[in-house]
Design a protein around this ligand. Sequence first.
Ligand SMILES: [Zn+2]
Ligand SMILES: [Zn+2]
Length: 402
Amino acid sequence: MIRMLLLVALLALSSLEALAQSGERTLGIGLLRDRQLKQALVMSTRSASKVIADGVFMGELKSTDGLRIEIAGKEIAARSLAMAFTAKRIEVVPYGDGGFKLKPEGGKNPREYPGRLEATLANGQLLLLNSVHIEAYVAGVVSAEAGKDHHHEYYKLQAVSSRTYALTNQRKHLADGFDLCDGVHCQVYHGRNRNDSIAAAVDATRSLVIVDSEIKLIHATFHSNCGGETMNAEDLWSKHEPYLRAVRDTFCLSAPHAAWERRLSRSEWLGYLNRRFGFVATDSAQLSAALNFDPQCRGLYMQGIWPLIHLKHVREDLKLRSTFFTVSAEADHVLLRGRGFGHAVGLCQEGAMAMARSGRSYTDILHHYFANVHLVDLGTLDFFRDEGDSLRINGGAGPKPH
Ligand SMILES: [Zn+2]
Ligand SMILES: [Zn+2]
């Protein structure tokens, strides 16, 4: 009850202090970590930028100039039309809300980034870090991850998910000296978003993040297509999350990744079951169970067979699109007919896209795939997290830190 009251208060609160906190939040994104960077060209966009070397102002980088940086022993050498120096740490700080363009060695087109750039050396490589406001980062992620031509409500959903993911995983690269990388390991980020619909969706959901009933940021996990039914988190990862519950989903059934097929020879299939799980067809009932499997709903194992055949392992070993499939015997072959694509926990992307197209709001979609979650302002979340300590001392029901 106290938790509910707290949540209502949290949803209602809009203190200036809280909003100010969320407005200032920046993230440090490690750029191009999949390359062994030795050299890069940095350019200003529109307005000029300040260039700072080891804390000392070196000059301005005009939008008509470029700063080439490269490894020189234990330092970084930098050269433009107007300056040349070496330093351990170089910052390019644009005036106003400008940004910078970056062209790595061997790269084709430069990418444009919002915010500032910091270059240092780490393990003999250039470490390029983009210090960027969270809202500009989220817009860049939605643009790179979702692509164009989606419904506005789908972009809003992606925006709150990406924002939540960024904060849940902010410590993922602590040891590397930044918050998140720009690849699939974290969230794909190729710099500034240029899509108006995405910009409007990020703006409309500004500062909103998804929390569970304990007011903890959720792991907004997603997959391509659930095949009609999502999975409980603990059935896949052995870790229970109250908001990652199995739900039925009719929205994705005619989407591009709704169905798949794989044909194997009978001996390949039976040989695999034998080698991997020790299965031996001791009688015709066992053989029939291995060759004809037709689950009515998602399960963890093939039915009627001993030893247990874990569908998760079958999917991994045979590189199947999902664990949700039937097996049927066909002469000397078996046909696996599957539904969906991906692990099926959390949000089904193709279902969510279809829900958005059919007129559902992004909050409806969110509540369809995640149980008992709420949207709260990031600033009020920070505010209540700070208050949490005293609340816990008084009543024991404050939000838990994480
Ligand atoms: Zn990463
Ligand atoms: Zn689905």
